[in-house]
Design a protein around this ligand. Structure first.
Ligand code: ADP
Ligand code: MG
Length: 490
């Protein structure tokens, strides 16, 4: 089934590789460190990066260790992408990076590359993969190094919005289908920028399918990569593949981090084998398959043969709904805690980047409230989430610019907009321009009226109300208006 070479390193080859890899890695890490220090400042650097050590270094895969779980989680969430980017630049090739916690000295020693004599004999006995029951599955999980599932990331806690309806529906369909059902979209590929809910959705699929009795393996692409590195080192590649073959649903997160020719070839075989056997694959990545430059062409075309869906940016409504859900959850734990609606709106309006920043903002409100007993007010929120608010330095938008850009967008001239012509092709753009003038500048209605060819302020008011109403009903128009606003704010 897995027609692929059982490539086990020659002991001597292993040694030279490891020696030079780790020496080179040391030098690269030094350069990466210097750049991080320059980019982030001495304080940040010494808080988070000083204690990092290189645990294992391959040409295209590096394992870094830190002393505490907290550090690991912080680095994973805030700095890992940056480390990967800098390391890859310094190394001149794409590199997968994993951060682990170094615990007792003993545990650490195990994860170090073993000396040659030891490496020649298998250290881990291969699990016997005959039975497909629970016992075997956990052996498979171990062999395959499945990533842990977070019980909070479920479909129930995944808030639906305009930007994720399709992805959610496809994920739910896959999660609820039974082993006997025909596989509908395979692979299902979900892509989105950072913090838009990919991992949440994937974990929801994993949890739901598992609860439905299916054998699920959820892996980050890095785990997949490191699974192979470890398996090849331990000479358990056969056991690894056997275990992989005994699953119904393979879920791979962060495919953009799948690195290395060998790993990609293995991944490709795995995909083909599982798909041909009628097993479901779900994959997430930060961009569409066609943009994954480092990806093996065969993998790309296999992915393109399934269903690809995108999760778009979280709009303000969705951000508000996500916050509302977080509040309900927080109140269940801290009954005295509350966030007034005005603060919820403030956060939803201003923390616009992604779900992680929303998490961060919300946690700060709780922390500040719990630690200082301050009630949650707009002022308190402003202070505690200042750095998460997108530099809100209000750009001065000029009415002329609004007229120009709106005219351009609707392919009419600015003088049409100022004129008294009442054809529909001109009336709607004119109303939109007035609406934008009212919402994006501090000008009064009479002033706007004057600037729109000497109109009465009631005309302007009518236009503003009209567009406000339409934006609430017509998603396409609302998109258009948002796009115009973005252009004006650029
Ligand atoms: P990604 O994997 O795409 O980078 P995550 O799934 O880790 O993003 O999401 C980041 C955070 O935002 C998580 O805490 C997640 O629960 C939250 N989040 C994102 N989208 C939603 C949503 N639609 N409903 C509820 N929480 C969401
Ligand atoms: Mg993720």
């Amino acid at each position: 089934m897995f027609a692929t070479s059982e490539r086990v390193r020659e002991p001597t080859e292993g040694k030279t590789d490891t020696m030079s890899d780790s020496m080179r890695a040391g030098a690269i890490w030094e350069r990466v460190g210097r750049r991080l220090r320059a980019e982030l400042g001495e304080d940040v650097f010494s808080s988070w990066f000083k204690s990092i050590e290189i645990d294992l270094a391959e040409t295209d895969a590096v394992r870094l260790s830190v002393p505490t779980r907290f550090l690991k989680s912080w680095i994973d969430h805030h700095y890992k992408d940056r480390i990967i980017a800098r390391w890859s630049e310094e190394a001149g090739q794409a590199v997968a990076i994993e951060v682990v916690v170094r615990t007792a000295a003993g545990a650490r020693a195990v994860s170090r590359p073993r000396p040659v004599e030891e490496a020649a004999r298998p250290a881990v006995p291969a699990p016997a993969p005959q039975r497909h029951d629970g016992t075997h599955l956990s052996a498979a999980q171990n062999t395959l190094g499945g990533s842990p599932l977070d019980p909070r990331l479920t479909f129930e806690t995944f808030v639906q919005g305009r930007s994720n309806t399709l992805a959610r529906a496809a994920a739910l369909q896959v999660a609820q289908s039974r082993p006997t059902d025909a596989v509908l979209f395979n692979p299902l590929y979900i892509h989105a920028g950072v913090g838009l809910g990919k991992t949440h959705l994937l974990q929801a699929v994993a949890g739901t399918a598992q609860a439905g009795g299916r054998r699920v393996l959820y892996l980050t692409a890095e785990k997949f990569t490191f699974g192979f590195v470890a398996a090849l080192k331990n000479q358990t590649a056969i056991a690894f593949k056997e275990a992989l073959r005994n699953i119904d649903l393979l879920i791979i997160d962060d495919l953009q981090f799948l690195q290395g020719k060998q790993t990609q070839a293995e991944f490709c075989h795995t995909l083909n084998a599982l798909i041909d056997a009628g097993r479901q694959i779900v994959v997430a990545g930060d961009r569409p398959p066609s943009d994954l430059e480092n990806l093996d062409e065969r993998v790309r075309s296999r992915l393109a043969g399934g269903l690809t869906v995108e999760i778009g940016a979280l709009d303000e409504n969705l951000r508000f709904d996500i916050l509302k859900q977080k509040l309900a959850h927080a109140r269940a734990q801290h009954p005295g805690f509350d966030v007034p609606p005005t603060v919820m709106s403030y956060v939803a309006k201003n923390v616009t980047q992604n779900g992680r920043d929303l998490d961060g903002a919300f946690n700060r409100l709780i922390a500040t409230n719990r630690l200082t007993n301050q009630p949650v007010t707009i002022e308190m929120a402003e202070r505690s989430i200042r750095d998460l608010v997108r530099i809100a330095e209000p750009k001065r938008v000029k009415i002329e610019d609004i007229q120009k850009i709106v005219a351009q967008h609707y392919n009419v001239s600015r003088s049409d907009i100022l004129s008294s012509r009442r054809t529909a092709t001109v009336v709607r753009p004119r109303q939109i321009a007035m609406y934008l003038a009212k919402t994006m500048t501090l000008r009064s209605l009479p002033e706007i009226g004057r600037r729109f060819g000497g109109r009465d302020h009631t005309t302007v008011l009518h236009a503003v109300r009209k567009i406000e109403g339409l934006v609430g009903q017509d998603p396409a128009l609302s998109e258009e208006v948002e796009a115009l606003k973005r252009r004006l704010n650029d």
